[in-house]
Design a protein around this ligand. Sequence first.
Ligand SMILES: NC(=O)c1ccc[n+]([C@@H]2O[C@H](COP(=O)([O-])OP(=O)(O)OC[C@H]3O[C@@H](n4cnc5c(N)ncnc54)[C@H](OP(=O)(O)O)[C@@H]3O)[C@@H](O)[C@H]2O)c1
Length: 262
Amino acid sequence: MTTGDACSLALVTGASAGICFELAKGLAARGYDIVGVGASDRIDTLPERLPTVSVTPVRVDLSTAAGVEELWERFESLGRPLDVAALNAGKSLGGAFLDTDLDDELHMLALNGTGQVMLAKRVTRLMAAQRHGRILITSSLSALTPTPYESIYGPTRAFMNSFGQGLREELKEYGVSVTVLLPGATATEFHSTAGMGNTKFGSNDWKNDPVLVATKGIDALLAGKNHVVGGDARTVRGALRDRLLPDRVKAARFARSSRPDQ
Ligand SMILES: NC(=O)c1ccc[n+]([C@@H]2O[C@H](COP(=O)([O-])OP(=O)(O)OC[C@H]3O[C@@H](n4cnc5c(N)ncnc54)[C@H](OP(=O)(O)O)[C@@H]3O)[C@@H](O)[C@H]2O)c1
């Protein structure tokens, strides 16, 4: 399946903003009805922002088991097959590890890691039983480098990258594809929400357009590709280089963009 037909449904987490909203919008443009998930009440505006398809907004906290289960109940109440699942909702936390708050870090681990696994368990079992489906996991180019001053965030993206690649191998015999999206730095609220306004990452002037990142993700998802770098040609070249550079070099370079007041 390359485009949605009259019965196609996509579940998109983080659909109220940023890359995730553009994924929802791009899938809607291809004919998919959307179950869009966000944590704040702005997810309630998603139906009017995507007026051409049927949209079910769901406001839950995906860092908790209760939030994931509530989402799943809402999805099951629709009584429809699930054709696409885009697991994107995530956040970061900037600052020196010596200074950052442990509870904030544990919350990020819950949203970026355990919550994703809980939802993936539901999605993969359903799609395997259906014997069809496409899953997009949004990781990051931060998966390929140490991330000082975002020291817990990068490892959560490395986890999702490796998790996605493993799932891809397991699920292929069920007719289910898994694609990992690796965005470079992208102009959304993401770094501001992470408290990184006083870093180079804090400025959106030089970053990738979220529309481009999402389009690359959707094209790769629908083509059943293994992974795709989300960003422009410069970002793609940087990703190739990062596969070869030693970690100590990448760590020092990353710190120049992530360290507060640089
Ligand atoms: N932007 C970048 O530079 C960049 C680069 C590489 C990878 N990524 C990855 O791309 C993904 C999306 O990033 P983005 O830039 O689009 O972020 P964003 O603009 O900050 O949007 C984050 C989305 O996640 C939702 N969300 C946050 N906490 C949630 C929770 N506890 N439960 C449910 N939903 C929650 C937000 O909903 P509400 O705001 O309504 O709560 C929002 O819709 C993340 O996984 C990130 O790691 C981003």
